[in-house]
Design a protein around this ligand. Structure first.
Ligand code: OOB
Length: 570
């Protein structure tokens, strides 16, 4: 039951999953090759942003399956020519541009492992990903959203000894090498990956000081794509809009861009997820399906009735990443004229969907049921004792596309997995009589900020680094739009200079952290509430945050505090 870097499925399970036809021996490199052979001239990728290259007169780039396949081959040879080989880790931090797919398929082909960073990550996160994975290369855009990734890359390159290459996928490469300039003579791949090999490392939302890495194999992930396609009605005629950041597990695989490519469908990249950018693309490209986090689904639902754009091609809107309220869920169908599909998934594996033909009540009141008949679900109490159906408890799961352990994290694994291989999701759920799950809460120390996951401990550690801070606790407080936002309770050192909340926020930001992790609110206190045994009570801190008279989560509070001009990370 051991891989070198992470525990994997015991052989009896692997044999069962193969026999059941879940794991069919496909690889990502092979699936693109097959689709390209079947229909080389069908459009695979539409990139309306238009980096230089094969754009048509309107600036839209369209790559056929044949072109994507050849580009992936060329770049695979280029990576090999630069000494990147099977098993090497490559941190990929790209926005929603066509080169994202060229890059990851090239890496898949040679068996190098993309590490899926998000565009919002900054120096602290990227340095950690590069150091921890001993990455050989880092792939960036020159600039995106007003941020210069070349500056970030220069810093990280100077700090991480294993990092040998920075490749710039789009824009002026500056001191680095442009992906398109890497010389290459496509030829046979020396050691192509096997279907049971790792394909990439995804990031966990995390509840610990540093993010954990999630090792996914070709076999297991491709099964989740096929299963998702079937349940979401994705076939060769579908058009999937990537509205969320492309590297996140939800828009990547539920059924996402990779599900769409598996089906031979069309993937349309959306540079911004707001209605003003997405709606025109839905009309012009005939988008049939997309996925959103709840805050964006709310925005779309509000904007659609008065929109001049024709959204009638949209059949299915998937909403997940955070709890979608029943009230908001009821509004989706009437406003957008499509079927809502709730999705409750996790990068570690298990994905639940409401079915397209579920009764409306089920669709608006549950978060769906698992993809696979072999997804095992256990709902347990604090002592790991199984609870009766209908009771609310901790969700544990095991199955053909749920990992058996994080990458190079034996201590975490001992806590996050049971001895018999069930993943402790940290979610608190209940099972309905129809086998659907309802998410009731969370036991992990995490804030779910509109789908963006923030580990409280990670932010607390950064605040604690401030010389005037004695102690800090970060908790969720309700937000009418995001669902939750972050509040940091801070105790200052005796005799320290008084601080303003904004100084704490600036301090965290300047430590090079993704902007979504900077606390929304900072409150200074004299002491933290304690439990009966003298531990700090986060439960009481959360209750205090919710009960504030000016809490934005209160029904009488004024409007929405955030802008969605930047892509939200699910
Ligand atoms: C998705 O993946 P992650 O890895 O960013 O986050 C997983 C966690 C879950 O454990 C749960 O706490 C929360 O996000 N979550 C939901 C939810 N969907 C995810 N909580 C309540 N209701 C939902 N519908 O977020 C993800 C991965 C694949 C598909 C969709 C979402």
């Amino acid at each position: 039951m051991s891989g070198v870097d992470a525990p994997t499925w015991p052989e009896e399970f692997a044999a069962r999953y193969r026999a059941a036809g879940y794991w069919r021996g496909e690889t990502f490199g092979g699936l693109l090759r097959d689709r390209a052979a079947e229909h080389p001239d069908r459009i695979a990728i539409v990139d309306p942003g238009g980096a230089s290259g094969t754009a048509d007169a309107s600036g839209v780039r369209r790559w056929t399956y044949g072109q994507l396949d050849r580009r992936a081959d060329r770049l695979a040879a280029g990576f090999l020519a630069r000494g990147i080989t099977k098993g090497d880790r490559v941190v990929v931090q790209l926005p929603n541009i066509a080169e994202f797919f060229e890059t990851i398929f090239a890496l898949f082909r040679i068996g190098a492992l993309p590490v899926f960073a998000l565009p919002a990550h900054r120096e602290t996160e990227i340095r950690y990903f590069c150091e921890f994975t001993e990455a050989a290369a880092y792939v960036i855009p020159a600039e995106h959203g007003g941020f210069d990734y070349r500056d970030l890359a220069a810093k990280v390159l100077a700090e991480v000894p294993t990092l040998r290459h920075v490749f710039v996928a789009d824009g002026d490469p500056g001191a680095f090498e442009a992906l398109s300039d890497v010389p290459a003579a496509p030829g046979p791949i020396p050691h192509p990956p096997a279907p049971s090999d790792l394909a990439f490392l995804q990031l966990s939302g995390g509840s610990t000081g540093v993010p954990k890495l999630i090792p996914r194999t070709h076999d297991d992930y491709i099964y989740s794509l096929r299963g998702s396609n079937e349940l979401c009605g994705v076939d060769a005629d579908s058009v999937y809009l990537v509205a969320l950041p492309a590297a996140h597990n939800f828009p990547l695989s539920s059924p996402g861009s990779l599900g769409a490519l598996h089906a031979g469908a069309r993937v349309v990249l959306c540079p911004q997820p707001g209605p003003e950018v997405a709606f025109p693309l839905i009309e012009s490209e005939g988008v049939t399906i997309t996925g959103l986090v709840p805050p964006l689904a709310l925005l779309w639902t509000e904007a659609a009735p008065s929109s001049a754009y024709d959204l009638s091609s949209l059949d299915v809107l998937l909403v997940g990443g955070a709890k979608f309220s029943e009230e908001a869920a009821r509004r989706v169908g009437p406003a957008l004229g499509c079927t809502l599909q709730q999705v409750f998934g996790m990068a570690e594996g298990l994905v639940n969907y409401t079915r397209l033909d579920d009764p409306d009540e089920t669709i608006v009141t549950t978060q769906g049921r698992p993809i696979s008949p072999d997804d095992e679900i256990r709902i347990v109490d604090d002592e790991d004792e199984e609870l009766p159906v209908g009771a609310t408890g901790h969700l544990l799961t095991r199955g053909p596309y749920t990992i058996r352990g994080y990458w190079r994290a034996p201590e975490h694994n001992a806590r996050s997995f049971t001895a018999d291989g069930f993943y402790r999701t940290g979610d608190v759920v209940r099972l309905t009589e129809t086998g659907h799950l309802v998410v009731e809460g969370r036991a992990k120390d995490q804030i779910n900020r509109g789908g963006e996951k923030i580990a409280a401990e990670e932010v607390e550690n950064h605040i604690l680094a401030h010389p005037s801070v004695h102690d800090a606790n970060v908790v969720a407080e309700p937000d009418p739009y995001l669902g939750e936002r972050t509040c940091a309770y801070v105790i200052l050192r005796a005799g320290a200079e008084p601080l303003k909340p904004v100084a704490v926020k600036r301090f965290v930001r300047e430590r090079g952290l993704a902007a979504y992790k900077v606390p929304d609110r900072v409150e200074f206190v004299e002491a933290f509430p304690q439990t009966g045994v003298g531990k700090i009570s986060k439960k009481d801190l959360r209750a205090a945050a919710s009960a504030r008279p000016d809490s934005p989560g209160r029904p009488d509070s004024p409007g929405r505090p955030v802008s969605t001009s930047e892509p939200a990370q699910a």
